[in-house]
Design a protein. Structure first.
Length: 171
């Protein structure tokens, strides 16, 4: 009888302490609830080398073939290049639509945007400078779920919660 009372007390105390710890942790996390539905997703990533200016293309999972590449006119909106947005700790916010199968061309956004037509597949293949550039990539769900995307992502990064909040993909 004494043992069961003791165990019951420990269980209640443990649950109460655990709930308090969860609430304390939750209050320090930015108000971000990823939504994983069809639509443009927020991709946050790091690369082995500085490729921020280089044009991304999508490759097959084995990195051999090109699956998707932009038309030169796709690289800017209202005359402004859609370069990735720098975030804290070396992370980048994608503004083009990459995934874990990204590769990068030797051409920069500004060089590629000046072309009248995209290069041929053979030419693009020759221009790839890195077929496995990523060290990290996270899918943070729909862009529309964010109210202040850059600020919210930087808060997640600062608090070490990016990988806990977003889906970590294998580069």
């Amino acid at each position: 009888m004494k043992w069961s009372l003791f165990l019951m007390t420990m269980l209640v105390v443990g649950c109460t302490t655990s709930k308090k710890a969860e609430k304390a942790d939750a209050s320090s996390i930015p108000d971000v609830v990823p939504v994983f539905e069809p639509g443009p997703h927020v991709m946050v990533y790091k690369t082995k080398t500085d490729l921020r200016e280089n044009v991304p293309i999508l490759l097959t999972a084995d990195g051999r073939d090109i699956v998707s590449y932009p038309h030169p006119s796709d690289l800017s909106v209202d005359g402004k290049l859609k370069l990735p947005t720098p975030l804290k700790n070396g992370y980048l916010l994608d503004n083009r639509g990459i995934n874990q199968y990204v590769g990068f061309l030797k051409l920069t956004y500004s060089e590629y945007a000046k072309l009248e037509e995209p290069p041929s597949l053979a030419e693009l293949n020759e221009m790839i400078i890195d077929r496995e550039p990523l060290t990290e990539i996270c899918d943070c769900g729909l862009r529309s779920a964010f109210t202040d995307i850059e600020n919210q992502l930087n808060q997640l990064i600062e608090k070490g919660q990016l990988e806990n909040t977003c889906e970590v993909l294998n580069p």
